[in-house]
Design a protein around this ligand. Structure first.
Ligand code: NDP
Length: 339
């Protein structure tokens, strides 16, 4: 068992509820890490991030914060300080991702975390912990979505790809990655003032949300999109499916606009359109590692600082409210310690 020195007292941001029926609150706590369990890894967290899901957890949303009290944070990057698992040793640079991490089991908004070794992944060599967290679950989800489009033979010569929620975490990563791969990207946003910024990130065209909110009862609209990365759901997704070209592919990962999907079967049976669901938490460890390797090589996104806003744990408070109100543009990363 190899160790390197780390703090003996760790600070974290915790969501608690004093009694049943009461509102949840967020507060800083300190704790003394106990003995590390066999098969687990202790990590000094350097960076985490703020995803929409983290804000739901931090607000005590019962569908996300599945046990209370809980430390939110679904993304962590840092250095191993102690390992009781073969696969890792002290000083390894690692990231943590797992469906239960930061929702059911304490997450990343903490100076130290103990996690099972099979939740831990090596940070690609060419990437810093900070860069890994600028991408985080959002960047992974964008890359997973792009990989699915490519598996469905959506190539740049087929036409435009539409990205919704374009200023959000998944959206900005998708815009940057698709444009790096040579696709013509149409970015859909509710933030008109971010038009030039989205173009700078690689969008060929930026349109308002209303352009993809068709309320007619026509089962099919003019087939425009070769593919789509939809992060918002609801009638936006229904509009996209009805206006996708024959054999096009639409990925769906999000629900910020709604969870209902009101479409007929016509896009599927008359145009062969594919609706590809994205569940980034449900992928196999091998697939996750392979997508991270691609994010460091053929999917690498230059200029990550263009999309990152850095805060510390104390600075998260206003950002949590803003992300729930759809007011954040880009990725919020949380610096917890120096690299
Ligand atoms: P963000 O909060 O960073 O971005 C969401 C964006 O959606 C906003 O910035 C805004 O962009 C747009 N938006 C907000 N409210 C509305 C609305 N009412 N109608 C239409 N658009 C709206 O979230 P993420 O990018 O991190 O995640 C996006 C979605 O994907 C979330 O629902 C999240 O839970 C989900 N997700 C799912 C994953 C999976 O594996 N299935 C993994 C990661 C995320 P703009 O102003 O530019 O329109």
């Amino acid at each position: 068992m190899a160790t390197v020195s780390g703090p003996t007292i760790a600070r974290c941001l915790m969501v608690t509820k004093q009694a049943e029926g009461e509102q949840t609150t967020r507060e800083f706590r300190t704790f003394e890490p106990g003995a590390l369990k066999q098969g687990s890894v202790r990590i000094r967290v350097q960076y985490s991030s703020l995803n929409y899901k983290d804000a739901l957890c931090a607000s005590g949303h019962p569908g996300v914060a599945r046990s209370l009290p809980i430390i939110p944070g679904i993304d962590a990057a840092g250095t191993v300080v102690e390992s009781r698992a073969e696969a890792f040793k002290a000083s390894d640079r690692v990231m943590v991702f797992h469906a239960r991490f930061g929702t059911e089991v304490n997450g990343a908004w903490s100076e130290w975390i103990d996690v099972p070794a099979d939740w831990v992944y090596a940070i690609p060599e060419s990437m810093s912990a900070r860069q890994a967290m600028i991408l985080g679950t959002a960047g992974f989800t964008a890359a997973h979505s792009v990989d699915q489009l490519q598996k469905h033979e959506v190539t740049p010569d087929k036409g435009e790809i539409v990205v919704t929620g374009a200023t959000g975490g998944v959206g900005v990563c998708a815009v940057k990655l698709l444009s790096r791969l040579g696709f013509s990207v149409v970015a859909v946003t509710g933030k008109q003032d971010k038009t030039e910024w989205l173009k700078m990130l690689g969008a060929s065209l930026v349109v308002g949300r209303e352009a993809l909110n068709d309320t007619s009862d026509r089962p099919l609209l003019k087939g425009r999109w070769a593919g789509a990365i939809d992060t918002v759901g609801g009638n936006t997704l229904a509009t996209i499916l009805r206006s996708t070209q024959p054999t096009g592919c639409v990925t769906a990962c999000g629900l910020t606009s709604g969870v209902e999907l009101n479409v007929t079967v016509y896009p599927f049976i008359l145009r062969g359109v594919t609706l590809q669901g994205i569940d980034s938490a449900g992928v196999t460890p091998d697939y996750r590692q392979s997508i991270w390797q691609r994010l460091a090589t053929d999917y690498s996104i230059a200029g990550l600082d263009d999309i990152a806003d850095e805060v510390d744990l104390a600075g998260l408070e206003p950002k949590i409210t803003q992300i729930l109100a759809g007011q954040i543009a880009g990725r919020v990363i949380v610096k917890i310690a120096d690299e």
